[in-house]
Structures are given as C-alpha cells and as structure tokens.
Write a protein that binds this ligand. Structure first.
Ligand code: SF4
Ligand code: SF4
Length: 411
C-alpha cells in the first residue's frame, strides 16, 4: 500500500449545485460501448427524465437530464477521449417531468423484481467510475450473503464518496437498508478508510438504527479502494481475484445514494456528485452536476483555472483518463475532475530499484514484462488492472502503466 500526498476536500465543505447548463449533450454510446438507438427527433420537446435513447439488447435507456427542445445531434468528446454522437437538448430551465410522481412512504416495500426493473428503467449504472448497468448485478443473483459498499476515496484528489457519506448519511443508510430487505441480504459492510474519522463518527451514530450495516475500517493508502483489497480485508482472506461463486455483491456510496433517490421518487438518474480538485483549479469543490453538461461549463461556474497550461484528468489520477481539454461531456461514470499545472518530468533509464514490483497489487513485475514483451502472457500481463501504482512510484519516471496497457491491447 502506498501513502500518497492528499489534496482532498473535507467532506464537510458545502456541496455546490451546478445544475443550469444552457445545453446538455446526451451520448448515444456509453464508455463501456453500449449503443443507444435515438428515440427522439430534432425539434421534439422533451421532459426531464424522458428516454432519449435505448440499448435494444438490454432494454437499457438513457434519459434527458433537463426539459427543453432537442436541437441537434453533434459529436462531442467523451471521458475516454473518443468522439461520440450526442443528442443536444436546449434547457428551458423548467425542470418539467412528464408525470408527477409522489414520494414513496416506505422504500423497503418493493419486490425484488420491481427493484431490478426500476434499476433498468431509471438508467442506474454502477457510478463512481463505471457505467455498467446495475440491474445486471442483481438480476441473476440468489442467496447473497453480504453487500459490500465501497466508501473509500483512495485517490489523492477525490472526496466524492466521503462527501456523500457525510452529507447524506441518513439517506445513504436508508437506501442500503432497503436493498438489504428487498434482496434478502443478511449484512452490509461499508468500507471506509481508518483516517476518515469525520465520516466514521457520523456513520456510527446510526449503528443502533441499522444493526445489519457494519462500518469496516480499511488501512489508508492506494489502492485501498480496490474491490479485491476491500474483500480480502473484510473476509480476512487472500484471494488474488474475486471468486465467481462468492455470495457477495459490491456497490459504492454514490450508487447507494442514487438507489435511495430512485426508490423514493421512481424517476431516472439525471444528476451526479463529483469532486473538482487540483492546484490548477481556482476553487476545489464537491459539486452536483447534470449528466450531459460540459466540463467547461462546470469549471466556468467554479471560477475557472489558475493557469492556461493544464493537465486534466477524469476520475483517478492513477486509473483515470487524461483529457485533451475541457470540451468533454459529463457522463455517469465521472466522479472526479483533476486539474494540475503542467510539470515536465524527464524519463531516465530504469535504475533497477524494484519498487514497481514491490507495489504491484497484482504481484506482477512490470519492468520485466515491458522488457520481455514476447513473454508478457506468460508473465501474466492479464492480471494488470492498470491501477497506475508502478508509474507513480517509479523514480525514473517511466510510464510503466501506460506501456503495460498498450502491450495488453496488442496481445
Ligand atoms: S498498473 Fe498493472 S503492473 Fe502496474 S502496479 Fe498496477 S496492476 Fe501492477
Ligand atoms: S520502479 Fe522504475 S526504476 Fe525501479 S525497477 Fe521499476 S522501472 Fe526500474
């Protein structure tokens, strides 16, 4: 485990709403590659939460995050740097829904089938870096024993999970409690870093209200938030991959909060929480944003940048993608925007310190693999999860993780 310099924003800092973009861009393909067939046309008036596109294979929809007119279909950059078709909606700022739905009084009363259908119909994805449809995690699962909720922000710039746990403690716990009852799961563990006292103390206030929800402290450092690390810590095991037959289901704090809102209002996911941080930003903040907003709009609302030459990253500094600029749309898999001043670091030859092998959570020897590409398969390159730790510790500044990624793609 590597301890890294921490630029986190305290979760008690006020959450800023940045919810009034003039235009939103709804992508017709997800980062994972799910294609959506467009079901609206240019000129249509649509309401917030209306279906804009549908993936016919899984019947999984993508929704409008504002009400207004569909004015165009244009290409925009997505978080992974690809150009994607997007449906442009001009916001009328009325936040109009097609059907008025009241609040559900008792959110634990849905059946398992109703819950799974709601996850699909409301476009709920795993969030916090993943746009995998959540209903697929639940629909074929029987006899789940544990629900493990990742509440760790192991990246030095993100505090999205902490912010939700601190500011929406009751809502989060009510959402988890509902999932436990609906899916007939015995116990939930929320994994939180030991040092996150502010959050742990807040969660512990409710320990008697929700005795089936346990708070589990995980050693600080990177990659403490990997599912495998959390699983091994909680189960006191040493799995080197997550067994298929384990009766465990994973989730995260962002997802559980989205599920809480879904159960309460039965309406689609249109907004997410993200962290904006790094010494290149004028203001570091935790924000609530519309899905489909441009990153440039959010940055403008937060006062812009300190410098013109910036290095921007979507999601983890270790695992995320670097962005060419801020003309990128916000999709459900975003949890952090990092802006750093450009710093040129020269790469020098490997000094054989062995640090890259020492830190690798998958037990690999990255420099050995890079030097022996033809033996990469034998040296188990498939186990590399591109966590970025080897690049981070390398004193020679060799971009090991990127090289590993490209070798993996070649194979
Ligand atoms: S990027 Fe791959 S090789 Fe490097 S530390 Fe992570 S898992 Fe190991
Ligand atoms: S950490 Fe860098 S310098 Fe050290 S052995 Fe690995 S590649 Fe070489």
């Amino acid at each position: 485990m590597v301890n890294i310099y921490n630029e986190k924003i305290l979760p008690s800092k006020k959450i800023i709403d940045v919810l009034k973009p003039r235009l939103v861009f709804i992508p017709l393909i997800s980062t994972l590659g799910y294609k959506y067939d467009m079901v609206v046309k240019v000129g249509d008036y649509i309401c917030k939460g209306d279906i804009v596109g549908i993936n016919k294979l899984s019947n999984f929809p993508i929704h409008a995050s504002v009400s207004g007119f569909v004015i165009d279909v244009v290409k925009k950059y997505s978080l992974d740097g690809s150009l994607v078709d997007t449906v442009v909606i001009e916001n009328d700022f009325k936040e109009r829904y097609r059907n008025k739905r009241g609040k559900k009084k008792y959110i634990n009363s849905y059946s398992k089938l109703e819950f799974i259908n709601m996850l699909r119909d409301n476009g709920i994805v795993n969030l916090y870096g993943s746009d995998y449809p959540s209903f697929m995690n639940y629909y074929d699962k029987e006899n789940i024993k544990y629900l493990i909720i990742n509440g760790i922000d192991d990246d030095m710039f993100s505090s999205t999970n902490s912010m939700i746990m601190y500011n929406y403690t009751e809502e989060l716990l009510a959402g988890i409690d509902a999932v436990l009852e609906i899916m007939n799961i015995e116990t939930c563990y929320i994994a939180v870093n030991y040092s996150n006292e502010l959050v742990i103390n807040k969660l512990l206030k409710y320990k008697n209200t929700y005795p089936n929800i346990k708070i589990y402290g995980i050693m600080d450092g990177y990659p403490s938030g990997s599912e495998l690390n959390i699983l091994n810590s909680i189960m006191d095991k040493n799995y080197d991959s997550i067994p298929d037959d384990l009766n465990v289901i994973f989730g995260n704090v962002s997802l559980m909060y989205a599920i809480y809102e879904m159960l309460l209002y039965n309406r689609p996911l249109t907004e997410i929480f993200i962290t904006v941080s790094g010494s290149g930003c004028k203001d570091n903040a935790n924000v609530r944003v519309k899905i489909g907003s441009e990153i440039s709009y959010v940055m403008e609302c937060l006062g812009g940048y300190k410098d013109k030459k910036l290095y921007m990253i979507a999601n983890d500094v270790m695992r995320g993608n670097s962005l060419k600029n801020d003309d990128v749309i916000i999709t459900k898999d975003l949890h952090t925007i990092v802006c750093l001043p450009v710093k040129v670091e020269e790469t020098i030859p490997c000094i054989k310190c062995g640090k890259c092998s020492y830190v690798c959570p998958s037990g690999l020897m990255p420099i050995m693999i890079i030097k022996n590409k033809e033996r990469a398969k034998k040296l188990r390159i498939d186990k590399c999860n591109n966590c970025g730790l080897c690049s981070y510790v390398c004193p020679s500044k060799i971009e090991l993780s990127n090289i590993m990624k490209s070798i993996k793609e070649e194979k």
